[in-house]
Design a protein around this ligand. Structure first.
Ligand SMILES: C[S@@+](CC[C@H](N)C(=O)[O-])C[C@H]1O[C@@H](n2cnc3c(N)ncnc32)[C@H](O)[C@@H]1O
Length: 267
């Protein structure tokens, strides 16, 4: 089943490759869960799913606790009267001002499906600022939400930085990391999932923490672009590389093939 959110970097298409390399274990930890494609496509006994985006984790927790009642509430925003520019900016404004968890979560799904390319982008003040998407029809992902909700009975959601989550793991855990990717060129970076972005220092830190926890007997699998930088940072891991289609750029000319890798840190 596909994730119910559109999410840049969503791994649904690459699940078979990821599953081939993910070691068996009792619990899967995803410190960069995003829309949760790997969670949805695997079968561990338990999951610890984390992300630094509080709106995303807030939504998952709301769906987990309020279930069908929340799905019905979220659906009420998916009406033709809300699919125009004026209403979109009004609801985006409401989302940015709102502190009510249920309303904020429903509006997050509304924005995700009505905004440009489903991009989750914030300005420096932390306000969601992706423009209107201009879709003639908008899909409400009801069955996908129901599937996620059922599977979430086995999951715990945390809003935290990756390092804290990775260091909290114990024997029997397996970690899958899908961080914001390193840029392929200095101008190609897409780091707008959160206000802070994901610096080179954080990429280096992730590689060091992966080494550290794998020495404690907890395997770590990381996805990223294959570049000189990642090959160097992941030199202690077993590397599997492959070619993928790039979709993140809005310019058709910038779309094309890129090299991706999966780095497995395992003792
Ligand atoms: C490539 S996406 C993950 C996509 C996910 N695997 C999927 O299939 O949808 C990267 C995620 O990392 C999160 N993120 C960015 N910086 C982070 C940090 N320092 N700690 C934890 N999560 C972070 C972003 O909010 C985003 O959801």
């Amino acid at each position: 089943m596909k994730p119910f959110l559109k999410w840049a970097g969503n791994k649904h298409k690459y699940l078979p490759r990821i599953k081939e390399l993910l070691p068996a274990g009792h619990r899967l930890i995803e410190p960069f869960v995003g829309a949760g494609a790997v969670f949805l496509g695997t079968d561990y006994n338990e999951y610890l799913l984390a992300d630094s985006n509080p709106d995303l984790i807030g939504l998952f927790r709301t769906l987990q606790s309020s279930r069908q009642e929340f799905i019905d509430f979220a659906r009420s925003y998916f009406v033709p009267e809300n699919n125009n520019e004026e209403k979109f900016y009004e609801l985006r404004d409401l989302f940015n001002k709102c502190n009510d968890r249920k309303l904020k979560s429903a509006l997050f799904i509304y924005l995700n499906r009505h905004c440009y390319n489903g991009l989750c982008r914030y300005n420096k003040r932390g306000e969601f600022n992706t423009p209107f998407g201009r879709y003639t029809t908008v899909y409400f992902p009801e069955v996908e939400m129901q599937y996620f909700m059922k599977k979430a009975e086995r999951a715990i959601f945390e809003c935290a930085d990756f390092e804290e989550i990775m260091l909290s793991t114990v024997q029997g855990d397996v970690i899958y990391c899908d961080p914001p990717y390193v840029p392929l060129s200095p101008t190609a970076s897409f780091t707008s999932y959160s206000i802070e972005g994901f610096s080179q220092m954080k990429q280096e830190r992730l590689a060091r923490v992966a080494e550290l926890v794998s020495h404690r007997g907890i395997p770590v699998l990381i996805s990223n672009h294959k570049t000189e930088f990642t090959m160097q940072e992941y030199s202690k891991a077993q590397i599997t590389d492959f070619e993928v289609q790039r979709f993140i750029s809005s310019k058709a000319s910038a779309r094309g093939k890129a090299q991706e890798l999966l780095a497995l840190f395992q003792n």
